[in-house]
Design a protein around this ligand. Structure first.
Ligand SMILES: Cc1cc2nc3c(=O)[nH]c(=O)nc-3n(C[C@H](O)[C@H](O)[C@H](O)COP(=O)(O)OP(=O)(O)OC[C@H]3O[C@@H](n4cnc5c(N)ncnc54)[C@H](O)[C@@H]3O)c2cc1C
Length: 437
């Protein structure tokens, strides 16, 4: 089969769908080619009967206050709810209320901004003066957030890129954290539903194999529901995850320019293992005389899963177990029952064995993003010395190939759903301008 459109969009994740909506509103014709049999990419909401709230196996939080997230919530007739609850850290054999790590890490990053040469965040933390009584605490919290929040290996992550991400003001990372009521599925449905079906449509089960740049546009070769598909388009928007591009799962003819390969070499797909556990009851609310009844987050640095969170402000019997960066690497290739066993061991240390978390367990849910050939990791971070990799990846090639996706977002939004949505809109506006030329 052959299709002729203005724009071929590769990938129907947050970036691809956001791009498609702008193209649709702008009067262009487009086809979104998606390898999976579903939209959403690294957003994957389970809405089973019997689940008290939608369960997010990929992205779940809204980070920061980016207008794009809140405009979309309005369009979806829903709202964001503040992530609630106290934070506890396990230190010296007990869980204690923890101070805000974001403020501590932001202060460390403020000092890192004066670096003239980039180093890994591990080297930077080692260079901090030992005599300073605050240093041990700052190192611990910075490592915790770099690994757990950025899904990065401190030995490989760029200090300057992290410092930019954490710079204060509107552009910087903040501790503002929300969840979309109804889950991300609701926002994705709104994006999808907003497409003008006469001009823009999404083809699922359509992995792209080759993107050819020709004198008058691009020719995209794909397989659609098992049949060969050829798409002739004036331009293409590539929203593929960094891991997919690095694996050369899609062939570009002619080869992408050297700058793109340099950009890809400067970005790393961070690993995350996220396990959602459903219990008979929210047993942690009852233990230790109800001390953790309003607990939102529980940390233990040495654990297999260093972070657990509840669904507060909604009280449900669900806990999310989370490991990022090296901690996720350590869990690689383990089957779900083995991951569940490790998470239950961690919970026994946090909350004891009366009741035993194992006896309370009803079900578990997970998706292996590292083994997923269409994701190849959770989200990107910048390698030491590769400060402009994101901007380089975002740059258009010959006014024909345009790039979007979380990895192409500015530092403060990179890696997030908000970043992916923004870059999709940015690339679609670039395309509309190119089509007018
Ligand atoms: C476990 C986990 C937890 C996360 N938590 C959060 C969070 O709480 N908050 C937050 O903001 N972000 C979070 N993120 C990150 C967020 O989910 C991503 O940054 C965002 O969804 C990426 O969107 P995207 O459109 O850039 O990429 P994707 O969603 O990956 O979209 C790219 C699409 O391309 C498709 N594709 C791949 N290969 C091909 C091919 N050959 N042909 C055609 N299509 C192809 C893929 O199937 C995919 O649908 C999390 C991610 C993970 C994995």
């Amino acid at each position: 089969m052959e299709l002729n459109v203005d724009v071929a969009v590769l990938g129907a994740g947050a970036a691809g769908l956001a791009a498609a909506r702008v193209l649709s509103n702008g009067g262009a014709s487009a086809v979104v080619l998606e390898a999976r049999e579903r939209i959403g990419g690294r957003l994957l909401t389970r809405e089973d009967i019997g689940l008290p709230v939608p369960v997010e196996l990929g992205g779940g939080f809204i980070h920061g206050t980016a207008a794009v997230s809140f405009d979309l919530l309005r369009a979806a007739d829903t709202v964001a709810m503040d992530v609630g609850g106290d934070s506890f850290a396990y230190e010296d054999g007990a869980l204690r209320v923890r101070e805000d790590p974001f403020e501590i890490v932001a202060a460390v990053m403020a000092r890192a901004r004066s670096l003239t040469n980039d180093v890994s965040i591990d080297d930077f933390l080692r260079s901090l003066p030992e005599a300073d009584p605050q240093t041990a605490r700052e190192r611990r919290y910075t490592r915790m957030l770099v690994e757990g929040f950025d899904a990065a290996d401190p030995r490989r992550a760029s200090t300057l890129a992290l410092a930019e991400e954490w710079s204060p003001g509107d552009e910087g990372q903040t501790s503002a954290l929300y969840r979309p009521v109804g889950g991300y599925a609701r926002l994705l449905r709104t994006l999808h539903g907003a497409l003008d079906a006469a001009r823009v449509h999404v083809r699922l089960a359509t992995p792209v194999q080759t993107v050819r740049r020709e004198a008058d546009g691009v020719v995209v070769e794909a397989t659609s529901l098992g049949e060969p598909l050829l798409v002739r388009a004036k331009t293409a928007i590539v929203t593929l995850p960094v891991g997919v591009l690095q694996a050369a799962a899609v062939r570009f003819v002619p080869e992408l320019p050297t700058a793109k390969h340099e950009a890809l070499a400067g970005l790393i797909m961070g690993p995350v293992v996220k396990l959602v556990l459903r219990f008979r009851s929210a047993f942690w609310e009852r233990v230790h005389d109800g001390r953790y009844r309003d607990g939102g987050f529980f940390h233990r640095a040495e654990a297999a899963f260093p972070t657990f969170w509840t669904t507060l402000p909604l009280r449900t019997p669900l806990l999310v177990a989370w490991a990022g960066g090296p901690k996720a690497d350590a869990l690689a290739r383990r089957e779900q029952p083995a991951l569940v066993a490790l998470a239950l061991d961690d919970l026994r240390i946090l909350f004891g064995t009366d009741p035993d978390p194992h006896a309370e367990l009803e079900a578990s849910y997970a998706h292996d993003w590292q083994a997923d050939p269409h994701a190849r990791g959770a989200y990107s971070y910048v390698a030491t010395g590769a400060g402009d990799a994101r901007a380089q990846l975002a740059a258009a090639v010959d006014d024909t190939l345009f790039f979007a996706g979380e990895a192409t977002a500015p530092a403060s939004e990179a890696g997030t759903v908000a970043g992916a949505l923004q870059t999709g809109e940015r690339a679609a506006n670039e395309v509309l301008a190119a089509l007018r030329r």
